[in-house]
Design a protein around this ligand. Structure first.
Ligand code: UDP
Length: 499
């Protein structure tokens, strides 16, 4: 087993200069959304004067090496380095299939990464290892990569967990343990999926609103008490009790009762989001301000030029994130719903979006939507959402997508796929008032109807107004001197640099 540092040949003089800085090691969970979020946090912390080592798994690192835009980011800076650890499934390319099996891949990471992370951390702390970095002061670990606890406990290094999900998503996972004890989950039989059981009201979860069973994480829809993902989310969220502190990518105004509930149960809690905005407030003279991004797919900037030609608020943006999958039937229902709505749209269809095959759209669809559609595979999402032409977002409700949408003041149509997306959707629609949900069993008529409502109806206008109010609150939190920066300063003083 090896661990790798990049770039391999350091600029030794600069390394010496940097060696007096406190060193933070940021461990990202191996998924695009988690990496984006952690990278934003790492940039912000770098701007505060820390030496950063950003750690990916070897597999993710090698995917970035294949994308020329991401490749240049990996050069890093003298005091912002990258490293990678094996995930235990090698060789890289032959392991792809295993990695698409999310439950078993997650389990493999949990089992294999404690040893490789320990090796990395030990090498960085060993003055004789030849690794040109200062000793590690603190680990910032994705809370869904709790395998880091093994190494930090052994080496006596503080370990602060970063939750890239919503607080409602975190608590939804956390309370699954209790729901299991109350006998509510897992399901008694497969029939529970269709016999009305999913409409059972779920209450008595401190900090959370009452929801229906169908609003809980999709991982509870199993009859197996030993289900890998269900048990993993319980274990991972409860591991946060062993963290030195918890950071959330959220802001007080948005998730206040949920944050209060976390504060009463967990180690010290700091909300420092939305990270997508905070990272834009890094001072311009900071070397990290112009630092690139890490994308698993190549971004298509042509879609931004296409948007430039469109009327303000006239385009619906459609994107299901980096992991969701559609069946061919679902793809067609969305496609014909978009066509029948008569609305202009920009749709990013990832090469692996459709289960078991390529996303084939009929010729007739292209003809019907000619002149008002732009289809691409991966786009610069934050730029797209901030574009004046974008009036709505049809989303799978990943937390980064939601915070980016809120930050741009764009209302949403929600089609949650899995994980925390169901509960995110409930909060979007019922608490924050900035979205409408599409039925799980998606049908073109409903898609067209909701698009019409969002883009041209009264309800759409109300949601747009609300979205802009949330946008303002997000900016208040993230601007220089705002609540999230104050919390970040507290985190640095009270936890990270505490003697
Ligand atoms: N993203 C992007 N271009 C795309 C699709 C997604 O840059 O075409 C980014 C998006 O801005 C977000 C992340 O990928 O930061 C997706 O994270 P999210 O939490 O929304 O969903 P996930 O992919 O984890 O399901």
């Amino acid at each position: 087993m090896h661990v790798s540092f990049y770039p391999r040949q350091g600029k030794q003089d600069q390394d010496m200069e940097c060696s007096t800085k406190a060193h933070l090691v940021c461990m990202a969970a191996p998924a695009q959304g988690h990496i984006n979020s952690m990278l934003n946090l790492a940039k912000v912390l770098h701007s505060k004067g820390f030496f950063i080592t950003f750690v990916n798994t070897d597999f993710v690192h090698h995917r970035f090496l294949k994308n020329p835009e991401s490749l240049s980011s990996l050069d890093g800076l003298p005091d912002f380095r990258f490293a990678s650890i094996p995930d235990g499934i090698s060789p890289f390319n032959d392991g792809d299939e295993h990695r698409q099996d999310i439950p078993n891949y997650s389990l493999a990471i949990k089992n294999n990464c404690p040893a490789s992370f320990l090796k990395l951390l030990s090498a960085m702390n060993d003055p004789n290892s030849g690794v040109p970095v200062p000793p590690v002061n603190c680990v910032i670990s994705d809370c869904f990569a709790s395998f880091t606890l093994n190494a930090t406990a052994k080496l006596g290094i503080p370990n602060v967990f970063y939750c890239p999900s919503s607080v409602c998503g975190f608590l939804d996972f956390y309370y699954c343990k209790e729901l299991m004890e109350r006998g509510i989950i897992p399901l008694k039989s497969e029939d529970d999926l269709t016999n009305g059981y999913l409409d059972t009201v779920i209450d008595r979860r401190p900090g959370m609103i009452e929801v229906r069973m169908r609003d809980l994480t999709s991982f509870v829809r199993t009859t197996n008490r030993e289900d890998i993902l269900l048990n993993l989310i319980i274990d991972e969220t409860h591991a946060s009790h062993q963290a030195t502190a918890m950071i959330f990518n959220s802001f007080s105004e948005l998730e206040s009762p949920l944050l209060d509930a976390c504060s009463s149960m967990l180690p010290p809690v700091f909300d420092v989001g939305p990270m997508c905005l905070l990272s834009q407030y890094i001072p311009n003279d900071s070397a990290i301000a112009l630092f690139g991004r890490l994308n698993l797919w190549k971004e298509d900037f042509g879609c931004v030029e296409w948007l430039d030609e469109k009327e303000p608020g006239s385009v619906l943006y459609v994107n299901f994130g980096s992991m969701a999958n559609l069946t061919s039937e679902q793809l067609l229902e969305f496609a014909w719903g978009l066509a029948d709505s008569g609305c202009a749209f920009l749709w990013a269809i990832r090469p692996d979006l459709v289960v078991g095959g390529t996303a084939l759209l009929p010729q007739e669809f292209s003809e019907t939507t000619k002149g008002r559609s732009f289809i691409t595979s991966w786009c610069p999402q934050q730029r797209v959402l901030s574009h004046a032409a974008v009036g709505g977002f049809l989303t799978h409700c990943g937390w980064n997508s939601i915070t980016e949408s809120i930050s741009a003041g764009v209302p949403m149509i929600c089609w949650p796929f899995f994980g925390d997306q169901q509960i995110n959707c409930r909060y979007i629609c019922s608490v924050w008032g900035i979205g409408m949900e599409i039925n799980e069993d998606v049908k073109r008529e409903e898609v067209a109807r909701l698009i019409e409502k969002l883009m041209r109806g009264q309800k759409g206008k109300e949601m747009k107004k609300k979205a802009m109010e949330w946008q303002e609150k997000a900016f208040e939190a993230a601007k220089a001197g705002g609540g999230s920066w104050i919390n970040l300063e507290r985190l640095i003083k009270e936890i990270i640099t505490k003697e």
